[in-house]
Design a protein around this ligand. Structure first.
Ligand code: HEC
Length: 323
């Protein structure tokens, strides 16, 4: 298989870190986000408990906050899956000094019960709370926290941003919630935790510490866009194990499904229906994969299947959801 250096994640992260740092500088120039800045509105957790946004959610904590809604077909499932990876990397610090919050922007449909099922599907552990509340309160939070975007301009109804903050030190930064999980964990764990002495943990160092990756384009895309939910040969995760998928599914079906899973479902495609029933709490997100990237992705999946067939592994592992 032809291999070439596709993207050096370390390089990308270093550039990102610099961007984030300058964002933070301009944010603090506007004055520190003090206690009076945050709306102390009441929200409800996935377990039905009432919490107040400033007093219980933010005060004295290092937090990572994103906006989601469980019916989202675009980037939120990927964001949530990425945060689950970050949580695994940070281990038991989450729930001690670091707290994750996913706030729904669709409180009508996302009741505490719905959020609880969603959280379980993503294996969200201790220290990660899903919140719902009154629509106007959530809008206020999202505007104040710089997470709001005009729904008419954005098909997702929000931008896939993760807000990272240390309420005690008054440092806040915004990053793409779909960034590299190791980089995000580093940022949350080291930078925010030790913000007062930035000379010992500079963001450039955090970026430079990420191991460089040498993957082919399809492998790189898979790792970035698909691996938060899928494995190849290591069992079902949030989505199905994709081992053997290029052998059991038709090429054109795969392309259509990866591009527009919801459309196949709406057309009553029997495989899409069976998959949806089996994995009902999370829908495969609609990911913007261009033609070239799609070809690289499928080539990568095929190469994995060929390797496994050659090794005699595949028949033992593959189970079709249509059976
Ligand atoms: C947020 C989680 C998530 C992400 C990210 C994701 N998927 Fe999925 N995927 C799912 C779920 C869940 C299903 C099961 C079908 C459903 O419920 O829609 C699925 C189903 C599939 C299937 C059908 C499997 C079969 O047995 O036919 C393929 C193929 C697939 N995904 C490929 C991809 C590729 C390629 C990517 C990356 C470009 C990707 N997925 C990203 C969650 C995800």
């Amino acid at each position: 298989m032809e291999r070439k250096n596709w993207v050096r994640v370390a390089g990308t992260s270093a550039v990102l870190a610099v961007l984030i740092l300058s964002y933070t500088r301009s944010a603090s120039a506007d004055g520190r986000w003090g206690a009076g800045y945050f709306p102390n509105v009441a929200l409800t957790t996935q377990d039905g408990a009432t919490v107040h946004f400033y007093d219980d959610v933010l005060k004295g904590k290092i937090v990572a906050i994103n906006l989601i809604y469980t019916h989202c077909q675009y980037s939120c499932p990927l964001e949530t899956a990425r945060l689950a990876q970050v949580q695994q990397i940070l281990g038991d610090r989450v729930g001690k000094d670091i707290f994750f919050y996913s706030i729904t922007i669709d409180p009508k449909r996302d009741t505490p019960e719905v959020l609880k099922a969603y959280a379980e599907k993503f294996h969200a552990g201790r220290g990660w709370t899903f919140l719902t509340g009154k629509k106007e309160d959530i809008d206020l939070i999202s505007k104040k926290m710089g997470l709001y975007s005009d729904p008419s301009l954005n098909k997702d109804g929000h931008t896939p941003h993760l807000l990272i903050g240390n309420e005690a030190t008054g440092q806040w930064m915004r990053d793409s919630a779909t960034d590299n999980p190791k980089f995000l964990a580093n940022l949350i764990g080291n930078l925010m935790g030790d913000w007062r002495s930035p000379s010992t943990t500079s963001p450039t160092k955090a970026g430079a510490e990420a191991a460089p990756l040498h993957l082919d384009p399809g492998g790189y895309l898979f790792k970035k866009e698909c691996a938060p939910c899928h494995t190849i040969g290591r069992g079902d995760n949030i989505g199905p194990d994709l081992l053997g998928v290029t052998l059991t599914r038709d090429h054109d079906w795969l392309v259509r499904f990866i591009r527009q899973p919801a459309k196949l479902l709406a057309e009553n495609d029997p495989i899409a229906i069976a998959l949806f029933r089996k994995y009902k709490e999370v829908q495969m997100p609609k990911l913007p994969v261009g033609d070239e990237d799609m070809a690289a992705l499928i080539k990568f999946l095929e190469s994995q299947d060929q390797k496994m067939t050659a090794g005699g592994v595949i028949r033992a592992v593959k189970t079709s959801p249509t059976k």
